[in-house]
Design a protein around this ligand. Structure first.
Ligand code: NAD
Length: 524
């Protein structure tokens, strides 16, 4: 039975008192608040304070004061906070999922999966951070008499700007290595999805994170963004490619570093020998998981002619059978889009494709009977590059099927895009699949999976090629990017340069032959 929104009972944890306490930490004296709504019903949940540029500046000042003490705290004591936080985060995963669901409208399965990301990131860096942050003694130019030490110092206060599709994962997970490295953080979540990251900050403080170190400011991006970037020592941005260019330009003008994790138009290539049942199941998640609002999800599927019809009929049957509706239990396969605006964007992409000759194999329409922002799982055929969804990220439950004749053609089609975030290759012969994967211009490539295998591999850096990003999260770089490196060099005795009165030719000869000797002895 399909529930109508009016029959929904909000999760018991999401009380007015709880929400008021959460938003109380957001500064917003000078501006009218923003009505944060429950996606499934459109009802206002809480009035979210909106921060002025002065309040953003004050948030940085408070964080900076706390950061000086935090940076002076030993790495071991800093990491102890995150050991405690890991337990608190896992114990409260269901409450976090309640908040994620009310603010984003995603189904419960995706909400609970999202809660796993910060604990996974914590676990990884709890093992790795002490080694990464320890000073590393290296040789100097004069063997025995000199040395140099690589010292990692925090950047200062990191500004994080997060999107609405994974508000908790991007808002909190990206802050964790920054905090472990000794930084303060000022986070600007999307207005629509500020609740789950606010709860994440509360849990970190329960675990012992010093108060004031992690600030949250809220507001529309163009209002809050400039002030945030101007006060930050580094910016971590996740969002669209268009906004990423604005952020990157301003960070560049301020001569601060930034990491930009941006959009994708991700291809899936099915090889001749693919296990069809697994491939179809994977495609269902790739196209419709999180209602198609995953940066790494699949919008283009390339199939060999020999297996096109087989895939198409199985994929269509599965898509048509999906349980799409509003519910706070684990029942539905797919939930809502995040907002009516996003639904209109998705609809406009489908309408444009149809007007230019694409065929809708299933779905294609909004479902106001299920909730204000629902859209059907949609499969298209005949999508071409003159259509908006042929070249631009749709970011909804819409996917196009294409045929290919040769592997070269499949690779060329997959690479024919300005994006390069994620790709997925399916085939039983993993060695052959790897050869195809290596030819795809993409920061992540999953073999026999859509995205989780790459994204959950926290030890490997993950980022975008081409217009999908600059820099990475995860891996050693995911923490080291939040540090300045200081090269502290020691010379025990002044021996460099010609001695007074020494013939310069003789000095140079000695120096050049010692270069050769050092090369042979591999001394640096
Ligand atoms: P968006 O770029 O519109 O907004 C992202 C964040 O930037 C929001 O907090 C927004 O308020 C803020 N913002 C907007 N304009 C700004 C400005 N001028 N200055 C400063 N901040 C500004 O993106 P979105 O629609 O919220 O998110 C969806 C996009 O995010 C998709 O393109 C998706 O692919 C991408 N995304 C990428 C990744 C990744 O890891 N590569 C992960 C999640 C989402």
């Amino acid at each position: 039975m399909t529930l109508t929104p009016l029959e929904l009972t909000r999760p018991a944890t999401v009380t007015d008192a709880f929400l008021s306490r959460l938003v109380a930490r957001v500064p917003g004296q000078d501006r009218a608040p923003w009505p944060l709504t429950e996606v499934y019903t459109g009802e206002v949940l809480v009035e979210l304070p909106q921060s002025s540029p002065d309040e953003v500046a004050r948030a940085f000042a408070v964080s900076r004061a706390a950061q000086r003490k935090w940076a002076a705290t030993s790495v071991r004591d800093r990491l102890a906070v995150f050991k405690r936080a890991h337990t608190i985060f896992v114990d409260n995963a269901r409450t976090v999922a309640d908040l994620i669901q009310v603010e984003s409208g995603k189904n419960r399965r995706m909400a609970i999966e999202e809660t796993c990301d910060p604990p996974m990131v914590m676990s990884h860096y709890l093992k790795r951070a002490a080694r990464l942050l320890a000073p590393k003694r290296r040789g100097g130019p004069v063997p025995m008499l000199s040395n140099s030490t690589e010292i990692r110092q925090p950047k200062g206060v990191v500004g994080i700007i997060a999107p609405w599709n994974f508000p908790y994962a991007t808002g909190i997970s990206d802050a964790l290595p920054a905090l472990m490295a000794g930084n303060g953080v000022v986070l600007k979540p999307d207005n629509k999805t500020a609740l789950s990251p606010l709860y994440g900050v509360q849990m970190l403080e329960e675990a012992g994170l010093p108060e004031g170190l992690f600030q949250v400011v809220c507001g529309e991006g163009p209002d809050v963004g400039p002030s945030l970037i101007d006060h930050a020592n580094y910016v971590m941005f996740t969002g669209s490619t268009a906004t990423g260019k604005v952020i990157g330009e301003r960070a560049g003008r301020n001569l601060i570093g930034c990491c930009l994790e941006l959009g994708g138009k991700n291809p899936m290539i099915v090889l001749d020998d693919a296990d069809m049942a697994e491939t179809v199941q994977g495609a269902v998640f790739g196209a419709f998981g999180n209602t198609g609002q995953i940066c790494m999800h699949i919008e283009r599927i390339y199939l060999p002619e020999s297996r096109y019809d087989e895939f198409k009929s199985a994929f269509l049957a599965k898509a048509k059978a999906l349980d799409v509706r509003a519910a706070y239990d684990f029942g539905p396969d797919m939930g809502s889009l995040v907002s009516v605006d996003q639904m209109q964007r998705v609809k406009s992409h489908v309408d444009d494709a149809v007007a230019k000759g694409a065929t809708v194999l299933c779905g294609g329409k909004p479902r106001p009977d299920l909730g204000p922002a629902f859209f059907e799982p949609t499969i298209l055929e005949g999508v071409t590059q003159d259509m908006v969804c042929g070249v631009t990220e749709t970011f909804g439950p819409v996917v196009a099927l294409h045929k290919y004749r040769t592997i070269d053609e499949a690779v060329a089609l997959a690479n024919d895009t300005e994006y390069g975030l994620n790709a997925s290759v399916w085939g039983r012969d993993v060695a052959a699949a790897r050869l195809v994967a290596a030819r795809i211009e993409s920061g992540n490539v999953n073999i026999n999976d859509i995205l989780a295998t790459a994204f959950a591999a926290k030890g490997t850096p993950s980022g975008g090629f081409k217009k999908s990003g600059v820099g990475v999260r995860h891996g050693d770089q995911g923490l080291l990017k939040y540090t300045e490196v200081q090269n502290m060099a020691v010379l025990k005795k002044q021996v460099m340069g010609a001695k007074p009165g020494q013939d310069y030719e003789k000095y140079i000869k000695g120096m050049l032959s010692s270069l050769k000797m050092m090369r042979r002895l591999r001394i640096r």
